[in-house]
Structures are given as C-alpha cells and as structure tokens.
Design a protein around this ligand. Sequence first.
Ligand code: SAH
Length: 486
Amino acid sequence: MLLTLTYTGQNTTDLGYLLYKNPYRPQVFNLNHGKAYVFYPEASHERTTAALLLDIDPIDLARGKVGTSGGGLFDYVNDRPYVSSSFLSTAIAKVFGTAMTGRADTHQALSDSPLNLAATVTMLPCRGEQEKLKTVFEPLGYDVTYETFVSDENFPNWGNSKYVTLTLSGRVRLRDLLKHLYVLIPVFDRHKHYWVGADEVEKLLRMGADWLPNHPEKTYITGRYLSRRRLLVNMAFERLSAANVLDGEVIADEPDELEELEEPEATEEAIAQSKIEEQKEPDKKMNLNTQRLGSVVAALKSCGAQRVIDLGCGEGNLLFLLIKERQITQIAGVDVSHAALERANKKLKLEQAGDALRDRVTLFQGSLTYKDARFAGYDAACVIEVIEHLDMSRLAAFERVLFEFARPPVVVLTTPNLEYNEKYETLDALSLRHSDHRFEYTRAEFREWASDVAKKHGYAVQFSEIGDLDAKLGAPTQMGVFTLCE
Ligand code: SAH
C-alpha cells in the first residue's frame, strides 16, 4: 500500500522538515507486521512528493508472529497486504508522529500554515460507498477525486472492484491532513487489525478534536471508526457533546442504526501489543517512580488535604499509597483508559475490600480535557506524569477543566524534564521518554507554562525537582505545586 503527500508552491522541499524526513535519504521503519519505507519520488523547488510505502508480510499476518502461539489475524488469502487499511494509519502515526503533533522546530511557522497539499491513497476499500468519499472529505476542505478499477479485465461483467485510488487536494495544515487520513482510512476500510477498545474513543476524540464535533458526517465517521460498537459509540457521542458544551455549542444528534455486536475476545496480538505499549523504561523508572510518588504524598500531607483526586491515575500507584495515609479520607482516581482502571481496581483489591475502604475510594473513567462536574469538590488534585500525554492543542482545554472549573485549592503536577533525557543511554537529545508522549518540557518551558496557568487562574506555584540531580541538566522529574490564592 502506498500513500503519497505532495506539496506544491515554493521551497517545497521544506516538506522534509515538516515530516522530519530528509528528501534525499530514503528510510526504512520496522512495523509489527512488516516494514514501512519513506522516500521522495520528486523533490524540487515547486513540487515535492513524499511517499510512504508499506510492505506487510502476508505470511506473518496469516500465521501469527514468530514466537507467538496464537494464530494469525487474517486468513491466508486476504487483501490486507495490498490495500490501504488501519495498517496504514498505524504506520502514519509511527512514521509521521511528530508531524501529526504540529511540532516542527526549525519550521514552526510553515507547520502552522495551510499549504497546497495533495494526498493519494492507493487501493482504499470502499464498496458501494464512493459517494461517501465526497460527503466525508469535502467538508474538510478537500477537492476529492478517485479512480475506480474493473475487477477483472477478462470479465467486464463482474463490474468494478471495491477499491479506489483516492486523491484529496486542498489548502490545509499538514498535521490536519495526517489526522484526517489517520481517522478516515479505517472508516472506509472496515477491518481494523487490532482490538477496538475504549482507548479508541480517546484516540478518535483526540485526532478529531479540531474537526469532528462539527462535521456533518460525524455520526457515520464515529460509528465506523469504532466498528459500530454501540457502547463505545455512545461514549464518544457523550464526550463530543460535552466538548461542544464547553465550546458553547450543543450537538443534538444521536447515532442511528448501529448494529449491536458481541464484543470479540481480545486477540493475543492485541494483548501483546498493549503490553509493549505499557512498558515504561523499566529499571531506572522503578526508583524514580517511588521517589516521585513519595514527593507527591509529602506535598499532599503538608497542605493538609483530606479529599484527594488523582487525575490520570493509571494503574493506581499513587492511590495505593494514599490509602495508607490516615489523613486522607476521600480518594478518587480518574483515567481515560478503562483497562488502566481495571488494573487499579485489582491493585487496590477493591472487590474484596470492606465497606469502609469502598466508601473511601472511587474510580471512574473520564477525560481531563472535557469539563466534568465529578472533578470538583476535592482539597487537592494530582496530575502525575499525565500532561505530556495530552496533545499540545488540548492543553488549554485541560487547563480550563482543572483550574477554571474543578478549581481545587491545591494541584500537584509532575512531568518529565526534557533536558534530562540526554542521560538515558537509549535516548538522544531530542527524543521523548515514551512513545505516547506528545511533548516534554524543558525546565524553563515548564516554569513558563505553569506560571502562566497560575497567573491566569489565580493560583501561586512552587517548583521542585525530583530524582537524581545533574548539575547541568537538572532532575528527571519536575513538579509544580499550585495553591489557590483566594
Ligand atoms: N499518574 C499515573 C499514570 C501516568 S501514565 C502514574 O504516575 O503512574 C498517564 C496516564 O494518563 C495513563 O494512564 C493514561 O491513560 C492517562 N491519560 C492520558 N490522557 C488522558 C486524558 N485525556 N484524560 C485522562 N487520563 C488520560
């Protein structure tokens, strides 16, 4: 499968800076089921094209990966290696992840501007839904053309195949084009190669934040992206509505005619993948984690908090410590990931616990970037190693949700110090610590952001550093403790 991105105008080889891929150096990336190649079929002052070619291993797909016991994802004879599908979305996120965030160190202004861009997606499956290509892509500002193919030239009466080669062109920011493709390719191709779980709702809302809430086909897109799983679709709709209330506009529509589907068992593949994603730098991290959580508990104790909410609680490491603190009478844990909350539930043994502990601890699913009345009423909120998982463009929503609406008297917030990454052997100076991190702040950047937030919302903020201190680079974790000034 092949995706090309063409930039026309002036100095168009700058596309290389936006994609972080040198036009004169082809590159190969390893994917779970094959390889991705990035190269530039043309690069000139007026017109530059970057190509992402996926070489998916059909045997691997059919048999399962070497070393795993489970079967493969698809039958031996399948179209997956050749068509544009969720594999392509996954590759876009992996290979052009930074471009999707909009970060372009040396060429930020260019990245922030709409450019004359065209994308061609070869062999996109879309049986009988060609008219949807227009109603889905045109409202996003694209001219839409597509080429169809006869199924078999020897048998013209078999008609056209279900595949089209789609070309979108328009004046858009590169990051928006990539996000549109990321979400909408699997909307047309219906077979996701991974388990569609609650985390997909978050991915959809994150990738669609700027364009989905007001899209005339949002019902269709949401239903198809989430493989018509009613529970997930409802969850997404609730959140889309909440998002719009925050923006002063309400969406009234409901998803219609969704098929009720049994939830399939998670495949071994999906489970293995989620385990890989969850692994964070193992050794050093253990120690740093303990130090970090110790500092957070100390900050909470010193401000006398009794009711504490942990926003983005993950698998409940902080909650586990808070339970041991007698001073703390009410504890809530919130996370967007259902799987993380289930692990927290297990870790805290809430199922087996007596009424006293169950009354004291609440876990619930929610997102920090949507206004939520359940976040209010606590003496302190903790946001530990979470902000770097939010898209920069959603950081402003998070600030309002926490500091303007929930407005706790104290906020304890930690985030990695980007400068310190130099000390990790496996990371170079510009790499982030975890593949899901959208950004990391240097000490100066964090202080500037936090001071700005504090000022805007009437808080004072104090900073500290956690972990082994390096004279030049600082400590691995930075903490801000905000206190409400009223
Ligand atoms: N605070 C925990 C977990 C940090 S990992 C700890 O220190 O161990 C980041 C967590 O933030 C993950 O569990 C992730 O699911 C959660 N998260 C990411 N985006 C979120 C969002 N928008 N709303 C709520 N939680 C989110």
